[in-house]
Design a protein around this ligand. Sequence first.
Ligand code: KG4
Ligand code: ZN
Length: 336
Amino acid sequence: MIKPPLILGIETSCDETAAAIVADGSLVLSNVIYSQIDIHRSFGGVVPEIAARNHVGKIDFVVQKALDDAKVTLGDISAVAVTYGPGLVGALLVGVNFAKALAFGADLPLIAVNHLEGHIASAYLENADFKPPFVAMIVSGGHSHLVHVRDYGDYQVLGRTQDDAAGEAFDKVARVLGLPYPGGIEVDKLSKQGNPTAIAFPRAKLENNLNFSFSGLKSAVINYLNTAKMKDEIINPADIAASFQEAVVDVLTKNAMEACKITGCNRLAVVGGVACNSRLREALTKLCDENSIKLHIPKPIYCTDNAAMIAAAARHHFQTKSFATLNLNGNPSLTL
Ligand code: KG4
Ligand code: ZN
């Protein structure tokens, strides 16, 4: 028996055109993701204009496939939810305008979802027993946040990056090591052959808060490479990758444990693309075990950008009838 509401989620904030149908904020009936990575790879990163154009070309097909895969029609849907920020403005507008037209045409409520709230809600997917309060660590290509999720829709940001996001640092270090985009997974793979203690890269500890900073670490890796090149020294890319990754993991795990301590939460959800990192998963599993914290990291497919998490986040808005109007606009710098 499928529990209502049945929400159609749409996500186009960056380079994934995604649509999904989720029942009662947890049961995933379909999850369609068209990734543009192959298109952007040759540019070494996402090109906003190209991303927006490709969303336009794919959105119709992706939404229809989400309905077909779930074996439902628009008549079965309770509401249309869409990411309206933060993200690339042109990319966001494709999803927002498509969702507005769909909601208007099918006479369905429209729900505006913050992309970060979506990442947090990925913790509920296929995990109906997981409920607030908990600490969420969002680590993605665009964001690094520690959030106290006090209740549905009640978020206290405990810390955030002051410069680069964790995933951005992974991607930039991968690039200087000559690895393809997106680099996070490549650094993860290469690190398995390296020594994480080979190079003592800096760990930024910001005084008296849970904020992050990754740009100094990224510069340290670049300086290390430049110095080695000038001195004609042979470098070991696997050692560099492993030592860099260890520094990121150290900082993320320390702050996450501190956030649990400060809030008195014994549950931690780690979400966003960097939550796929194997060393981060391993280190957190051990630390959470030692500190009696229940760790939840969603399946990798729900960690990276997807629309199921947007539909999951929308359930609370549906229950409180927080519907958007057809004046909804994309907001590239939306905060939590
Ligand atoms: O959540 P996401 O799909 O998009 C944003 O909202 O930004 O995250 C993408 C980021 C990229 O920076 C990518 O390199 C990183 O997640 N990533 C990883 C791994 N898999 C993806 N970083 C480290 N290790 C991984 N295994
Ligand atoms: Zn994201």
